[in-house]
Write a protein that binds this ligand. Sequence first.
Ligand code: F6P
Length: 341
Amino acid sequence: MRIGVLTAGGDCPGLNAVIRSVVHRALTGHDDEVIGFEDGFVGLLEGRFRPLDLNSVSGILARGGTILGSARLERARLREAADNADEMCAEYGIDVLIPIGGEGTLTAARMLSDAGMPVVGVPKTIDNDINGTDRTFGFDTAVTVATEAIDRLKTTAESHQRVMVVEVMGRHAGWIALEAGMAGGAHGICIPERPFEPSQLVAMVEERFARGKKFAVICVAEGAHPAKGSMDYGVGEIDKYGHERFAGIGATLAMELEERLGKEARPVILGHVQRGGVPTAYDRVLANRFGWHAVEAAHKGAFGHMTSLQGTTIGLVPLADAVTQLKTVPEERMEEAESVF
Ligand code: F6P
């Protein structure tokens, strides 16, 4: 079997571990050939690929980013890829494509699959918002980075009797804010799923100061927004890939709190630091397992599916189930977190 593999969308720690695992399983378990397309679907469309052998994936298990490069693709070009699905398979001689990516990539994978291309997807994203899998690799690393940041911010916040507002990634789902906020012991967590009331954050900080705890850390997801009419907050533009650019909730909220409280507040935007660097052991293991199972799925002809973590088992779910809606934070998870603010 000749397998094509690509990484698309925003990068994420663990991508290289999947590529390595696919190559090892395919070459040593099945006598397959593997080629890697460069820069995601762009490389697929432009015919930019290279053969991957054991040496080309040696030493990449713990490396962040992706040796293949990644890119986002405009919808129109995706359509072009879907319209040429058969021709591309014939031209590159691939029997299956394994795209590794988040919601956008898996939606593209589904389009290609619907157009007749044999596809087995592998879900990735630091946001952990893909439906149909309990976890995506990259999430554990992002939460670990954000938790360490909160730990560090607490000591400087306490020294200066400040409020720190730490903004983490999470456009539509607040998983990183929720779990890093819980693990770091943040005093407030704001997520996109539940509009927040700035007055409640003010009350929380005042209550802490009144009992002698003269600092606070609030963990806010980039996609969180205040309840209607509770605070001025602009709407961001939509970029060419259809993603909203946010208006900077971390900085806006820090300013608002400083004004309302009459105490110093500072925003800290973690941004892409959460996505860079080495994956945690958990993410490496999950990535390895996804790669192995993607190759097995290809050999079973389970096209149109993606690998998925279900409890501790790796299974397969139809791509259609994975991309119809995002996996967001349920209200009860916020209730658990709030009990320790
Ligand atoms: O989807 C993953 C993600 O890291 C989001 O959390 C974040 O909003 C987005 O990608 C950032 O994208 P870019 O790298 O294009 O700025």
